[in-house]
Design a protein around this ligand. Structure first.
Ligand code: FAD
Length: 509
């Protein structure tokens, strides 16, 4: 089992052992340094190392600690942000480029699996999208027509591989599924075999740019010609934090009594939609269903999301056992396409890949190819298309900025009286709440032994107020997705510093 950025255990983290780096190097000078050991960081590192660059990966915790360990790993050319919207925002030719890039990404996954003989349960699959209302039938037609415009071959069909009522169904071939952590671990080994270096438990803390990049990490100082932030969202304060909104999604892996596991990928059309697939791991098959997406920090009781998901599962499937349930975070871009390339506001030595929405497993490989070509000065039309510095004043952008309105004032006091807090808190074990105390706000958490833990709820990133995520036992920031554990340490997102601790004093009677 590997660690992940939440308390719930995903099917993937549960079915692997920890990655142990082999290359111990005292070298501090590299061509390319990559922060982040998820699918983006490791795939990009491998491609660059193979292109002749000397690369190092810094991972703050362990490989796949972030969303790659909490994904559901559908590989799609049928994207969440429909091609009809991409055509509207970027034009037909660019939408065709996106579709082709996603096809190539799936081919790259396949060729990596072949080249490195990776055992990760990869299977080709078709994607079924089904409409259940008249409105959805109309939307399905738009999606179908737009798919065909960008050469993604969508066909109407009369068959749906699960027993759920529908009005109309569309199918797209050429999709796939796999075990994402097994895949990333194998790519990481291939990267090391090619001479690359991986440092786990190594956080990038500070960066300075001159002609190269000086990188201060928790394991010492390094220098590289280029730094790539494959951290899902870049740390620090950046324009991209205004262009990406953090969302959470929920997943469950169950076994079925009737063993009727669908081989393909299946999606309904509600908002948020349900996404369904199966995976065989060590000779046992699981049905994996995801849904219940919401903006990070915007749902008070995140356990309810699991209850709703389980109710859906039990309505349509012959559930035997719920084996794993977990949630994770993704970043929705303001204008439907990811941001891959030069980090806005920097001199050109720092690159980034972010804003994948719910298609980051596929987009990670689009990013790896695009970033490799930027570093290698190779022409590639995707460089311009995904440029993070693009300005797209599209609908929705204003509301993204308004996410940032929820900024709270700085906390002043440094300690509180335990007895008074207890009265205020009224918390069950494992619960957390932001409470008011004499005009101040405190993030309070009660541990399993009844101990109270108090933190300053002001997110250290851009001073929004955090909210408690009871399912994953973290403090989540609704503005830009910084997340902290119950001791206040950063587990994910753009923050670099933990939440301030507030002393809880026992009164001497
Ligand atoms: C529930 C759910 C289901 C999903 N399902 C799908 C799907 O079916 N198909 C699909 O295509 N996409 C899916 N996605 C999206 C996809 O999983 C993600 O976009 C993708 O995993 C992101 O990978 P990444 O490597 O960019 O980021 P991550 O996997 O988040 O990796 C970033 C890494 O950077 C590290 N890090 C952060 N800061 C630092 C620092 N300062 N120094 C060093 N390291 C640092 C973190 O510890 C982390 O390990 C899903 C998302 C969710 C939430």
């Amino acid at each position: 089992m590997i660690a992940r950025d939440g308390a719930c255990v995903s099917l993937w983290q549960d079915s692997v052992t920890a990655f142990e780096p082999q290359n111990n190097s005292a070298e501090t000078n590299f061509d390319v340094a990559i922060a982040g050991g998820g699918i983006t960081g490791i795939t990009t590192a491998l491609l660059l190392q193979k292109a002749g660059k000397k690369c190092i990966v810094f991972e703050a915790y362990n490989l796949c600690f972030g969303t790659t360990g909490g994904t559901t790993a559908h590989l799609n050319t049928l994207l969440d942000n429909p091609y009809s919207t991409i055509i509207k925002n970027f034009g037909k030719e660019n939408a065709q480029l996106v579709a082709q890039a996603c096809k190539n990404a799936i081919e790259l996954v396949k060729s990596n699996i072949d080249e490195y003989n990776i055992d990760c349960g990869f299977e080709n699959a078709s994607a079924y999208l089904f409409a259940q209302t008249d409105k959805q039938v109309k939307e399905l037609k738009d999606i179908h027509d737009a798919c065909r415009e960008v050469n993604v071959k969508a066909l109407y069909t009369n068959k749906l591989p699960v027993d759920i009522e529908y009005k109309k169904v569309m199918v797209v071939d050429g999709q796939a599924k796999f075990h994402p952590v097994k895949y990333v671990h194998a790519l990481a080994k291939a990267f090391e075999d090619a001479g690359g270096v991986i440092l786990q438990e190594c956080r990038v803390e500070d960066v300075e740019e001159n002609n190269s990049v000086q990188i201060a990490t928790t394991k010492g100082n390094f220098q590289a010609n280029v730094l790539i932030y494959a951290t899902h969202i870049p740390p620090g304060v950046n324009l991209l934090h205004l262009r990406c909104a953090p969302y959470r999604s929920y997943a469950m892996a169950v076994t079925l009594k009737n063993k009727n596991y669908p081989a393909d990928l299946i999606y309904d059309m509600y908002d948020p939609y349900h996404y369904i697939r199966s995976q065989k791991i060590n000779n046992k098959t699981y049905l994996i269903v995801g849904a219940e997406d919401h903006k990070t920090g915007h749902v008070e009781n995140t356990n309810e999301c699991f209850l709703k998901l389980e109710a859906y599962l039990r309505k349509y499937f012959d559930v035997d056992e719920v084996v794993n349930k977990w949630s994770s975070q993704y970043f929705e871009p303001a204008d439907t396409l990811p941001y891959i390339g030069h980090l806005p506001g920097h001199d050109g030595n720092i690159l980034v890949a972010s804003g994948y929405g719910g298609n980051g497993i596929t987009y990670s490989h689009v990013a790896a190819v695009t970033l490799r070509d930027i570093v290698s000065n190779k022409d590639n039309p995707l460089i311009k298309l995904f440029d993070p510095n693009r300005i797209k004043p599209v609908a929705g952008f204003v509301s993204f900025i308004s996410h940032n309105a929820d900024v709270v004032k700085q906390f002043i006091g440094k300690w509180f009286e335990h007895e008074k807090l207890k009265e205020l808190a009224d918390l069950a074990a494992g619960e957390g709440k932001v409470v008011k105390y004499e005009g101040e706000t405190i993030a309070l958490y009660k541990d399993e032994n009844g101990g109270l833990h108090a933190l300053n709820p002001v997110c250290t990133h851009l001073k929004c107020s955090v909210a408690f995520n009871v399912a994953e036992q973290t403090w989540d920031c609704p503005c830009h997705g910084a997340r902290y554990n119950t001791n206040g340490f950063v587990v994910t997102g753009p923050a670099s510093m933990g939440l301030e601790n507030i002393e809880v004093k026992e009164l001497v009677k």
